[in-house]
Design a protein around this ligand. Structure first.
Ligand code: NAD
Ligand code: IPM
Ligand code: MN
Length: 362
């Protein structure tokens, strides 16, 4: 393939501030490494679009996105206009499901120049990849409210774990561990309390693990796992978790490295039957939107993961990824820094500095 089509969906809030900086850097990298990109920007998958039309996306959203090689996504959610479960199930969660993006890959790393809130942790101490199951588990639409408005009112919501869905996420985690120096997988569980699905989840882990004799692995209950993220994060390499546990760990891990403003994610359909989606882990941050102070690194790093995925982690896209990461690392050391990193720089200042650095190292 010589030319890639990318749908750009900035969404809401700081999505609209960080995506332009991500694009600045992605375009600079594409130019430097000779990758032809066709960027198609859409204003839907946003609460503004909902306010105008009464839905989050046009009816033909799938038709518009299917021909794309990837989706570059900001954030969705503006609870003052639309309830979060409506806006998210009407956009991001639909993409994850309907495009079978069953892997949500979320790295967390400590970097030189970024102070970890954990005492004594510096660059290289934390280097983990969180593999979050992204299409089932606790995020289900099966359930409902019964006897509403009476004293017997109950609400139920099922968790659903399929054998196929669980095996494939475990397999992805073990395959990923093969590419790592430490070759270790930690499986997040809660098989002591959640007595049906989680012992079954552990059994799937154990079965898949038996096919990977060179990969060491352990399972940890989610409660102590959270504690160990804070107390001894250097022990983690690849961490595989259900949808909800993975969601929680993927804010906690990056928080331990200094800020969630760095955390990228790749929502992957590894078979490439559908477009994959690349987005920062963070949301629309209504509390800081409009000030141009959001950290754009999460969006920029997500853009790097997108270029890498487009070319199968080989060739130009892979080189572009590594060059963007190198430019991010350099700017994290030298500054400018946004306020979440203790600096005074704007979103734009940081995006420009990373793009300049990328082209200067040419
Ligand atoms: P959030 O991630 O938007 O913000 C949490 C906190 O982190 C805020 O104080 C915010 O200012 C800060 N923060 C987030 N990103 C930052 C960045 N790049 N630089 C500096 N600071 C940053 O989470 P929330 O407040 O729970 O959610 C706000 C809205 O975003 C809600 O509507 C929520 O549903 C939505 N949301 C969307 C996504 C997504 O689209 N993937 C993810 C999380 C939350
Ligand atoms: C994330 C977000 C979403 C999730 C929300 C907004 C539905 O928190 O991408 O981590 O829970 O998956
Ligand atoms: Mn989350």
């Amino acid at each position: 393939k010589t030319h890639y089509k990318i749908a750009v969906l900035p969404g809401d809030g700081i999505g609209k501030e960080v995506i332009p900086e991500g694009l600045r850097v992605v375009k600079a990298a594409a130019q430097r490494f000779g990758i032809a990109l066709e960027l198609v920007e859409f204003d839907w998958a946003s609460c503004d679009y909902y306010a105008q039309t009464g839905s989050m996306m046009p009816d033909n959203w799938k038709e518009l996105l299917l021909p794309m090689d990837a989706i570059y996504f900001g954030a969705v959610g503006w609870p003052a206009i639309v309830a979060d479960h409506i806006s998210l199930w009407g956009s991001l969660l639909k993409f994850r499901r309907e495009f079978d993006q069953y892997i949500n890959l979320r790295p967390a790393q400590t970097f030189a120049g970024v102070r970890s809130p954990l005492a004594g942790r510096t660059a290289g101490d934390i280097d983990m990849l969180i593999v979050r199951e992204n299409t089932e588990g606790e995020y289900s639409s099966v359930g409902g409210i019964m006897y509403e408005g009476t004293e017997n009112e109950v609400v139920m919501q099922q968790s659903i774990f399929s054998r196929r869905g669980t095996e494939r996420v475990m397999k992805f985690a073990f395959e990923l561990a093969k590419t790592r120096a430490r070759k270790h997988v930690t499986v997040a569980t809660k098989s002591n309390g959640i007595s049906i699905s989680m012992p079954w989840w552990d059994a799937r882990a154990s079965e898949v693990a038996s096919a990977y004799p060179d990969i060491s692995w352990d399972k940890q209950h989610i409660d102590i796992l959270c504690a160990r993220f804070v107390l001894s994060p250097e022990r983690f390499d690849v961490v595989v978790a259900s949808n909800l546990f993975g969601d929680i760990l993927s804010d906690l891990g990056p928080a331990c490295t200094g800020t969630i403003g760095l955390a990228p994610s790749a929502n992957l359909n590894p078979e490439r039957r559908f477009p994959s989606l690349f987005e920062p882990v963070h949301g629309s941050a209504p509390d800081i939107y409009g000030k141009n102070i959001a950290n754009p690194v999460a969006a920029i790093w997500s853009g790097a993961m997108m270029l890498d995925f487009l070319t199968n982690s080989k060739g130009a896209g892979h080189e572009a990824h590594d060059a963007i990461l190198a430019a991010i690392k350099a700017v994290l050391i030298s500054g400018p820094h946004t306020p979440d990193l203790g600096g005074k720089a704007s979103t734009t200042d940081v995006g420009k500095a990373i793009a300049e650095r990328l082209l200067a190292s040419n």
